[in-house]
Design a protein. Structure first.
Length: 307
């Protein structure tokens, strides 16, 4: 999301590796695994965060799974791919038709039927199609059959046995861009503030609670040994200009299990009365702000008082 919003990328496009097939390098650099990268993209697409468009289809060997596949155009009579492709030429004036090689006379094209020289394509002559000759069995034909050859295990197979996979490029949906922008524009300076004050920062942060469950916070900052002096921050915003009590309830459930030293809920632009009362009851410090600068200033003031 940061790369999309920061303008580093506007599209996640696949890159092709002869052995591995298509990979998503930008995502793999984050999750460190090609399978996880693709799984993540599919989940983001299914969640309505990313849009996708078909870029290619990859053929994999049904025997070894390699993407190193050659296409062989084969003789329909003996199955050999040792064939020669030629073009059929038609002399427009007299209607004589033959393979292009039989029209060559030195560096000219000459009709064998009427001996006229063919000078202008689509005026004196035209290509009338393709003609193939098999170098193995000697037979001629116009349409070869298609077979595939695996360069890795040397397996020959047909379309019927081929493993075919769709490959997509992904873009960020505008609605998701706006929603993510609202959060990340604020989360980034929050992280920077904690880093400048000597905290180890994770965002998003996944913390294991006493129950053994993992809980996600928008930001987690700690000092000293792992888990000590832990501060967690969540962001809640509402297009209706008032944040309900639901983010407060959700945060309480997480901090009850994780037990951080401090918990802050940043509400943009403000909490409703019930949410404010519940936050005080649950010992969640709240920051209500109309914009990023106000939120950061209030957070700095609260954190500084506790140090």
């Amino acid at each position: 999301m940061s790369k999309f919003l920061g303008g580093e990328i506007d599209k996640i496009e696949p890159s092709f590796d002869p052995k591995r097939g298509y990979t998503y390098d930008a995502v793999e650099a984050i999750v460190s695994d090609a399978v996880k990268a693709e799984t993540l993209l599919v989940k983001l697409y299914e969640s309505g965060i990313l849009a996708r468009e078909l870029q290619d289809e990859v053929v994999f060997c049904p025997k070894c799974g390699s993407a190193g596949i050659s296409i062989h155009y084969c003789c329909p009579y003996c199955q050999s791919f040792n064939i020669k492709k030629s073009y059929l030429i038609e002399h427009v004036k007299c209607g004589y038709m033959d393979v292009e090689a039989n029209f060559h006379k030195g560096d000219k094209l000459v009709c064998q039927k009427c001996n006229d020289e063919l000078r202008k394509p689509d005026v004196d002559y035209r290509r009338a199609g393709v003609w193939c000759n098999c170098r193995e069995c000697g037979k001629s034909f116009d349409i070869p059959i298609v077979r595939m050859f695996c360069r890795n295990c040397r397996e020959n197979f047909t379309f019927e046995d081929a493993v075919i996979k769709d490959v997509y490029a992904y873009t960020l949906i505008e609605e998701a861009r706006k929603e993510a922008s609202d959060g990340l524009v604020l989360i980034s300076p929050v992280c920077e503030f904690f880093k400048q004050n000597g905290f180890e920062v994770a965002s998003p942060a996944f913390l294991k609670g006493k129950s053994g469950a993992n809980h996600m916070f928008d930001v987690a900052a700690s000092k000293g040994k792992t888990g000590e002096n832990m501060t967690v921050v969540d962001l809640a915003s509402s297009p209706e200009n008032v944040v309900s009590e639901q983010p407060v309830i959700a945060m309480f459930a997480k901090i009850f299990d994780v037990s951080p030293n401090r918990a802050y809920l940043i509400a943009i632009p403000r909490l409703n009365d019930n949410a404010r009362k519940m936050a005080e009851l649950y010992n969640i410090q709240t920051i209500e702000a109309k914009n990023q600068k106000e939120a950061i200033d209030k957070l700095k003031e609260k954190v500084t008082k506790t140090q």
